[in-house]
Design a protein around this ligand. Sequence first.
Ligand code: UD1
Length: 432
Amino acid sequence: MEQYIIKGGKALQGEVSIGGAKNAALGIIAAAIMTDETVTIDNLPDIRDINVLLQAIEEIGAKVERVNKHTVKINGKNIDSISIDYEFIRKIRASYYLLGALLGKYKRAQVALPGGCNIGSRPIDQHIKGFEALGASVRIEHGMIEAEAVELMGNHIYLDMASVGATINIMLAACLADGQTILENSAKEPHIVDVANFLNSMGANIKGAGTDVIRIKGVKALKGSEYAIIPDQIEAGTFMLAAAATKGNVLIKNVIPKHLEAITAKLVEVGVTVEEYDDAVRVISTKRLGHAHIKTLPYPGFPTDMQPQMTALLAMSQGTSIVTESIFENRFKYVDELSRMGASIKVEGNTAIIDGVKGLTGAIVSAPDLRAGAALVIAGLVAEGFTFVEQVEYIERGYEDFERKMQSIGASMEKIDVEDEKAIRKFKLRVS
Ligand code: UD1
């Protein structure tokens, strides 16, 4: 079992480059199997979630050729199964995008039903409602969702909530339906636009992605394409907050500053300077930061996937901050870990009340999920002494070369096996 060991207290300095968006890549890989022609996807992040989804499509017969670390060629011509089993869905929920993709292409799909997860129960009723509106019959049996249609027909669908997953899944299936689908109250996240742009590059006819009404005119077939994925908003935001929390000065390259506006606005509010360039942002922080009130909301609001990192930053800021989580019911589990580092945070329902403390102290903590893990790393970068973040496999689901990128901007952070006492001692000696 590996852990990150961090010696806190160094201001991050320098430049770091952001990789492709995980959540866009998950939708795009599923979409790629919807044509019999070859698709080339570039700027793919080399992270666990993506590699598992690539394995899942290989398992059902797709040809996956890794051209290099960040480029893959996919050919879905020889797919010979429409069934994705629990092994994959257990590792990444987003393998349920294969439901929409397979249903669209083969009019049949069978995917294991995702269970709850560390951030709360995550129903998929809206996905199912969408498939049914397109004419599929959907059954849940033996832990599997089976969707099947003689023909998919476009329809008018109104989502009860702006769900990212349901928007993408319905968009996938509707691309190859007969006639027009109008998807109202759709989610507007940048990765939805990216999946739509990719599908359009394959010959789909999708308009309005990025607004709350998406219109999809079904086409007969999709074709091959070459596509580069957008930069990851959350990876970028995480490095912005790490720079801010450590009183650093970091240029974060290969980003779309517009996607970072909600994060930038909050950083500016607490006293950070953020300079925006065409495809980069520089974050400069020189003093103890102030407090802020934050509520997570669907895009363009403050992203729930940045909530833990922001809470970690506010835990060390001056004054009382209030963070309200409005998307997921159980996303404050990591707060106990931050408290072990000296943070003063009280959680009441979906609200965290944070009394900023002057400093944190290093401790052994455990990442309960991906973004909470990143928050603990940010805390460790500031804390006095050594922080040991266990369960790094969660963090590696979404951050490529996290420790190496952090090292490149000056962090004293290494990934070492928990049992490797010699390496731990060596690291401690080197950075002390
Ligand atoms: C996606 C992201 C995740 C991010 C989240 C919110 C991917 C792979 N994951 O997750 O990183 O945190 O968006 O930005 O892109 N809901 C229902 N019924 C449904 C679907 C959703 O009640 O059928 C609820 C959920 O429980 C949640 C809210 O709607 O409270 C939003 O969920 P959704 O946008 O679907 O999140 P995901 O697509 O799972």
